[in-house]
Write a protein that binds this ligand. Structure first.
Ligand code: 3HC
Length: 337
């Protein structure tokens, strides 16, 4: 006969325990509300509402995944960069993105989810990452357009996140933004050199700007009327500006810079609205955005498959690191004993 399994049923909390938990929650909520009102920071050990934790985990993990998947379109060009100097710069940039992913996974881990779980979701195709990285990088000029437009949009979106109410996220953003500024400058410089080169090089630069402009504008997320998370994230001082507000600021920045580049934005409807004091742009194809988010963009399958492959290829490194850590910890225990 099969042995009977002993089932341990946790004892129901006593009325006193329930009352103490309710008191802790009430105090925690009061502190959280005070922190929000003072525009101060919540740290990992502070009490926080479950929905605030969930929202942060969602945004920070998606952001981390974007950095990691975002390495692919550029890494693909390292071996084809036109000079040793360009190769070195591009390699450094791609490494920076890996670093950003690591700070962000660490920030997300402080909220209670393991990096392994986040990575599993990514390689299972269940996690979101930025739409922009599902577009192909076709020519060398795309390295310029990605740096200038994509990293430019990232800076515009992320500088306000340096003031995010969750401490580890805001602090990670400070360093990320410094590095993104370098990335944008290197992209701008690639485009400037091509724009001042031969007619064919200038055309290649313009073509890259034409292809990356609209997807870069969509990086800011859906229009405000269609953004289910913005209002609450702004009330919690995570996001400081709405998607449309940041998109408009970005367009204004690009209008100035594209003149210096000697190129044009593929958008005849860009204009400064004197009444609203905001930059406006032409219509964007939000159906295309939805398709990309649903996994049906030009490179979605390829990006996730490549990440899965890289994860599998790196298994031996993780195993070796874990074995080394176990050995070190056993040695330390021997010394202590
Ligand atoms: N790509 C993919 N998904 C997007 C998206 C985009 N460009 N914009 C919005 N979404 C998703 C949201 O994640 C959300 O999905 P979910 O509810 O299933 O999680 C849904 O669309 C609705 O959008 P909301 O506007 O309501 O969502 P948010 O309030 O979270 O705003 C965001 C979206 C502006 C991207 C915000 O999450 C954010 O500011 N994130 C931090 C910045 C970030 O992740 N940047 C990635 C850019 S790439 C990068 O930094 C790498 C660098 O090297 C260039």
């Amino acid at each position: 006969m099969a042995a009977q399994k002993l089932q341990l049923v946790p004892a129901a909390p006593s009325p006193e325990e329930l009352a103490a938990a309710a008191e802790r929650d009430a105090e925690g909520q009061a502190n959280f509300d005070r922190v929000m009102a003072q525009d101060s920071r919540i740290e990992p050990r502070d009490w926080m509402p479950a929905a605030y934790r969930k929202t942060l985990l969602r945004q920070i993990s998606q952001h981390a995944h974007s950095e990691i998947i975002g390495m692919q379109p550029e890494a693909n060009w390292i071996s084809r960069a036109p000079s040793l100097k360009r190769k070195g710069i591009l390699m450094a940039k791609v490494q920076d993105e890996a670093g950003h992913g690591l700070y962000l996974y660490s920030a997300a881990e402080t909220l209670g989810q393991s990096r392994d779980d986040m990575m599993d979701a990514l390689i299972a195709g269940k996690a979101r990452y930025s739409s922009i990285f599902n577009y192909p990088a076709r020519t060398w000029a795309d390295m310029g357009a990605i740096g200038w437009l994509v990293d430019g949009a990232a800076i515009c979106n992320q500088v306000p996140l340096c003031r995010a109410s969750y401490g580890p996220y805001g602090r990670a953003m400070v360093r990320v933004c410094k590095e993104e500024s370098f990335h944008q400058r290197q992209g701008f410089e690639i485009l400037l050199e091509l724009s001042n080169g031969t007619a064919a090089q200038k055309q290649m630069a313009q073509d890259a700007v034409n292809r990356w402009y609209a997807p870069a504008l969509m990086m800011f997320g859906p229009p405000d009327d269609d953004s289910p998370n913005s209002r609450q994230s702004m009330a919690w001082n995570i996001k400081r500006f709405s998607n449309d507000e940041l998109r408009s600021r970005f367009v204004g920045m690009m209008v100035e810079q594209v003149r210096v580049l000697g190129l044009t934005l593929p958008d005849e409807q860009v204009r400064f609205n004197d009444e609203t004091k905001k930059w406006e742009h032409g219509p964007l194809d939000w159906n295309e955005f939805k398709e990309v988010l649903a996994g049906r963009g030009p490179c979605n399958a390829q990006r996730v498959e490549r990440r899965r492959q890289a994860h599998d290829d790196g298994a031996w490194v993780r195993e070796a690191a874990a074995a080394y850590a176990a050995k070190q910890s056993a040695k330390q225990k021997e010394v202590v004993a």
